[in-house]
Design a protein. Sequence first.
Length: 294
Amino acid sequence: METLQGYEALIVRRSQGVLFATLNQPATRNALGSVMLDELQRVMAIAEQDSSLRALVLRGAGGVFCAGGNIGGFQEILQAQPQAADPIALRNRQFGYFMDRLTALPVPVLAVVEGAAMGGGMGLACAADFVLATENARFALSETTLGIIAAQITPFVVARLGAARTRRLGLSGERVSGNLALRLGLLDALASDSQQLDALEAEWLTRICRCAPHANRAFKPLVQRSGAEPVSALLDEAAQIFARCLRDEGGEGTQAFREKRDASWCVAFDAASVAAAHGVAATASRTSPQGLVA
């Protein structure tokens, strides 16, 4: 396991081709401050550029996933002199660019949630491909209770939940637990506690890593483009992608299938290796109060 150096707000480790990014500012409930966002951008750059990377995992330290954006950071802007371009709107829009980049990553992204996932934290989860959580996790679009709106995350929440359920949460500020979040379609799987969440994370990573890494990197962008481009042209390109995949990893995959063995790219994770990859988060989540909210 490799620990990547130079991070202040994150713990970043790499194991078996998976990048584990642990939000590690429990004192602020892992709020999305400028340092954390900058460091998450660095992590996303690795996922974009390193073709050997197979997945990205986002999890929080201290028993909290992410309590949302740092609203206090807007106070100085509010007191500044008016400008031609509204600085509040410009700063808010920057988070939208971040969210768009996260959803466009070519590798599978897992959000592993304990405790609070509020506002921007819930948006972070909705931008992931898979969301795992404990029963006492808490999700909310809490912005309207503060007199503002979930501006930049709304399209991503709608993509995950649909418009009706997004309205339900955004217009009421309702806080939903893990069980209700599963029924609403926010979660892919639910764990009873942090230890079971480690095992669940390991199970999903093992499942993802049974898929060929180049094939996953080809498939995810194809899904993202579906519905946004003319079908005929997209299918023409999909045929070319299929041919490249068959000439790349497809030979090994079909040979392994015939020989009834695992393909060469298959790796397995267990709960202990996952806990070690998250380091401080794995220990803190067992000793800190659960269900903190913003």
